[in-house]
Design a protein around this ligand. Structure first.
Ligand SMILES: Nc1ncnc2c1ncn2[C@@H]1O[C@H](COP(=O)(O)OP(=O)(O)OP(=O)(O)O)[C@@H](O)[C@H]1O
Length: 685
């Protein structure tokens, strides 16, 4: 088998199961092996039923006094039975497992592993796993992987597929011995086995270390390659300063902050320098990066070229588009913008393509599909994108094919210390907007338990009656979703709020499963102030700007990463009025309260990232995934910062000494060439 083989070639994966894997973005065996567990379960000694009640998976040794009863309900085969641990009984249900009929016999004992629930004084377990003592002994003390799943797929199915893929071929070792020794790394094949099926915690730590190394190492080689590629290219689109930008700055209702002004000067200098711009602008949430992007676009179009602005979501793309249209009209700017997103119909799309090709429009706003589309630009001189989609060489080449060598500006709201930013964005120049507009009052925060909810509703009612708007964030879309148990969901919550709040308060919902057109309509109505309370998932996390929204209430706040909560909270406090953020914790565990207190204390993204790291500590191998930039598969730029710095020096040394060209590094060189997708930029597009 090869890495690139479709998973359907694995035994036991038919078309139906394959489709579930595709949903998770797993198409090839390589994707499968790279789908690392998100956590592990330990197989501990069996417990008594009453002791095992709760959230955790537990194992029970149960005696079956009678056989299971099996019946067919529509196309389901359902088995029910009772097991006893000598003290208590537990009822069990199995679905579609007819082969158990012969396996489970009366008057025998088995080990059952599952979650125990209790209702009306009775214990129950659904679809537990069954083991003999021999089978269980082999697993005891071992860690079992838990994967990110989708409805219909179980950890067992994924683990089985992974085992098969692992046995089907030997991972190639591409790191030369000297590097492995220097860093004390285990072999690649061993690391991949152990990350999925670790012998114990120590093996897991070793496996993670090797895979983190690989991720950083390959990424940094790619960054260095990009740097070489970008170095001092004369631009195909020389520009001259224009009076338009000064005019715009005088027209807008505020003055730029010192930081915005400084960064704008850096951007302008790049664009008129005669070489290709390649710059990252970093600035905390709400620091005012959008106007800087618009200024760059203005300079570009007034030089007679086209510019593209790519946003990570359709919602944000439409918001930028609306904002640019409003400005164009209000200040008579020379923009001829067009919005190009996935929800544009085929016929309109063709028309838009033609307009772009013929230069009838000069600003193209859309999602990242903009550079993938089979679309020819007339003179695409500037591309503005976000941090998650910075370009690798391949994307640059696609862009060049669409015209000449465009200037590239990347926007980021992730607070990364400068030392790390220089490494991770080594192929780019760096500008930082390190000042918030002066008219801002800092957001007032509170971290509370669910008993505070009623008071929060009263507060929301008061704020809405004062003319303000509110976001309520829930972690799930609807009940019945995988992992939704015990968590608030947008669909039910908006219903609940409608009946709880006075009738004059207009409540609407927003989530990723809605049709793009509906999402856009809701967001526009919220922007226009027609919706007072928006119950939403994290789809509003990035970039959404409705300055009149001054209250945010986050349900199950304990379920989000701190960086993500900071991004979410960044949606309020964007105007001159006082804003309030209520972090509602569904858990009274001390650690989750302590984590949330960090947000309570500070509105500074940089501080939050640092504190989060301290709290998670080095033992937290798979801390809650942070959202935002630089999401590596397993590495964590904060937690693994020291390793990242060291690897960066190693990469410099390797390249400086030309070691990549030596025979000893042949396997690495080959790997890089063959796995261009990973090497160039595994996240971009
Ligand atoms: N210098 C300024 N003075 C006052 N208001 C400003 C200033 N600069 C920008 N704003 C306003 O602040 C709000 C936030 O700006 P913007 O949307 O550009 O933030 P951002 O940096 O893109 O944040 P995010 O990363 O959260 O999307 C907008 O309403 C914008 O009009």
């Amino acid at each position: 088998m090869k890495h690139s083989d479709n998973i359907i070639q694995l035994k036991g994966i038919g078309e139906k199961t394959a489709k579930l894997f595709y949903k998770l973005g797993i198409y090839t065996t390589e994707d499968l092996l790279n789908h690392y567990p998100r956590g592990y379960q330990a197989f501990k000694a069996p417990v008594k039923i009453a002791e095992g009640l709760g959230e955790e998976l537990v194992t029970l040794e149960l005696f079956l006094p009678a056989s299971f009863k099996w019946k067919k309900v529509r196309n389901l085969v359902i088995g029910t039975g009772v097991g006893s641990d000598g003290r208590d009984n537990v009822s069990m249900t199995f679905f579609n497992t007819p082969y158990l009929k012969n396996k489970l016999t009366a008057d025998s004992s088995y080990l059952f592993r599952g979650k125990i629930k209790a209702a009306q004084g009775r214990y129950h377990m659904e679809q537990p796993q069954i083991f003999t003592w021999k089978e269980y002994d082999e697993r005891m003390g071992r860690l079992q992987p838990c994967y990110s799943l989708t409805a219909g797929l179980t950890d067992r199915t994924v683990a089985k597929a992974v085992t098969q893929a692992l046995s089907a071929f030997e991972e190639e070792e591409y790191l030369p011995e000297d590097i492995r020794q220097e860093y004390g790394l285990i072999g690649r094949a061993e690391a991949i086995w152990q990350i999925h099926f670790p012998k114990d915690w120590d093996s897991l730590i070793e496996a993670r270390k090797r895979l983190v190394f690989d991720e950083f190492f390959l990424f940094l080689l790619a960054v260095r390659k990009m740097k070489e590629y970008n170095e001092e290219f004369t631009t195909d689109y020389p520009m001259l300063e224009t009076a338009w930008t000064g005019r715009l700055l005088e027209s807008i209702p505020y003055r730029l902050t010192g930081a915005q002004l400084r960064v704008w000067k850096e951007l302008e200098a790049d664009l008129v320098s005669g070489t290709c711009m390649n710059r990252l602008v970093q600035g905390d949430v709400g620091s005012g990066k959008t106007i800087l992007a618009f200024l760059c676009l203005l300079l570009t179009v007034s030089n007679g070229y086209q510019g593209a602005l790519m946003a990570p979501t359709e919602l944000l793309a439409s918001q930028h588009f609306e904002q640019l249209c409003r400005m164009t009209e209000k200040y008579g700017l020379p923009f001829k913008p067009v919005l190009l997103t996935g929800s544009v119909g085929a016929a309109s799309k063709r028309k838009i393509y033609q307009k772009i090709e013929e230069g009838e429009v000069n600003v193209i706003i859309g999602t990242h599909a903009l550079i993938q589309e089979k679309l020819t630009y007339q003179k695409l001189a500037l591309v503005i994108t976000d941090e998650q989609h910075r370009f690798g060489v391949k994307q640059r080449e696609i862009l060049s094919e669409k015209g000449g060598r465009a200037h590239v500006l990347v926007m980021s709201a992730t607070p990364i210390p400068r030392t790390l930013a220089i490494i991770l964005y080594g192929d780019m120049h760096l500008s930082v907007v390190d000042e918030l507009p002066a008219n801002r009052l800092s957001v007032k925060n509170c971290v509370v338990g669910v008993s505070y909810r009623e008071k929060a509703y009263e507060f929301i009612i008061k704020q809405v009656h004062m003319g303000k708007q509110v976001y309520v964030i829930c972690p799930m879309v609807e009940a019945g979703e995988e992992g939704a148990e015990g968590l608030e969901n947008v669909v039910d919550y908006s219903e609940k709020l409608r009946s709880r709040l006075p009738a004059d308060i207009h409540v609407e919902m927003l989530h990723g499963k809605m049709k793009p057109g509906d999402k856009k309509r809701v967001m526009e109505a919220f922007g226009a102030g027609d919706i007072h309370v928006l119950v939403s998932t994290t789809v509003i996390e990035v970039g959404i700007n409705v300055p009149n929204a001054t209250v945010m209430m986050i349900e199950n706040a304990e379920r989000f990463g701190l960086a993500q909560l900071h991004q979410l909270r960044g949606r309020i406090g964007r105007g001159k009025d006082q804003s309030y953020c209520i972090f509602m914790s569904g858990s009274d565990k001390e650690e989750s309260m302590e984590r949330l207190q960090i947000l309570n204390k500070s509105n500074d993204g940089f501080y939050i990232a640092q504190e989060d790291l301290k709290l998670r500590g080095p033992g937290d191998l798979f801390g809650i995934r942070q959202s935002g930039a630089m999401e590596f598969r397993i590495a964590d730029i904060y937690q693994d910062a020291e390793l990242l710095k060291k690897i960066s020096m190693t990469v410099d040394r390797l390249l400086f000494e030309g070691r990549l060209e030596t025979e000893k590094y042949g396997a690495l060189k080959r790997y890089l060439n063959e796995n261009a997708r990973n090497y160039i930029d595994f996240r971009a597009i």
